[in-house]
Design a protein around this ligand. Structure first.
Ligand SMILES: [Zn+2]
Length: 225
């Protein structure tokens, strides 16, 4: 695997640093000017650069477990996501922030399983099996109010993934300089959900709170013979 990564880098080097291309040279001499920031999941299947077919310099990105945006909390904590948001919005002045969630998200599955166990144990939490994940995914707890964990069905996981995206977009608005830029019409917030089972892309309509399909299922797009 590591050898294939080195081969991959050589490929990249030839493509972007070869005689025929000045693309990376421009990015080095002029600096990065991405118009879009993505808050994505660490999941290996949902790399935004691959999903959206982008070029180097296009996306300013922060990825974490379950693509969460924590609430605005300007204290001495180690706020990696908030620091990335601050740089993206205040220094790079991106015009869009996309919170990119996805189907079959392990992080959201973990928070659902935590809440299901709470139901089963009459509100008593299990001893945590990991050191960091539990506290981190707790960021999504406010989004879980409408999920019926007592009568769990597998399809609820997608509801939880979408609810968590909605919660993260709401948390973005809690950052004063994000709210200000949005109000000035300089920044637009988006909540997208990648349906990896069907190859579709959905977008949060903040007015209705529903997700609408931006790109249909792959099966619907195949030419009929
Ligand atoms: Zn995920």
């Amino acid at each position: 695997m590591v050898t294939s990564l080195i081969d991959g880098f050589q490929n990249f080097r030839d493509r972007f640093f070869g005689k025929a291309s000045s693309e990376f040279g421009d990015l080095v001499s002029k600096g990065q000017k991405p118009k879009t920031m993505v808050v994505g999941c660490a999941d290996s299947r949902v790399d935004p650069a691959i999903l959206f077919n982008t070029r180097p310099g296009d996306l300013f990105m922060v990825r974490n477990v379950a693509n969460l945006v924590p609430p605005y909390a300007p204290d001495a904590g180690l706020h990696g996501v908030s620091a990335a948001l601050e740089y993206g919005v205040r220094d790079l002045m991106v015009e869009n922030i996309i919170v990119l969630g996805h189907g079959l998200c392990g992080g959201v599955q973990a928070i659902c399983s935590h809440h299901r166990k709470l139901q089963e144990n009459g509100g008593k939490p299990d001893a945590p099996s990991r050191e960091f994940i539990g506290n981190w995914i707790d960021v999504a707890t406010p989004a879980m109010q409408n999920i019926d964990f007592a009568n769990w069905q597998d399809s609820f996981q997608h509801d939880a993934e979408r609810a968590s995206i909605k919660n993260s977009v709401a948390n973005l608005r809690g950052f004063p300089w994000i709210a200000e830029a949005v109000k000035a019409g300089k920044l637009h917030l988006h909540g997208w959900w990648f349906d990896m089972e069907n190859g579709a892309l959905w977008s949060l309509d903040e007015g209705s709170g529903n997700f609408i399909q931006l790109v249909p299922d792959a099966a619907e797009s195949k030419p009929t013979r």
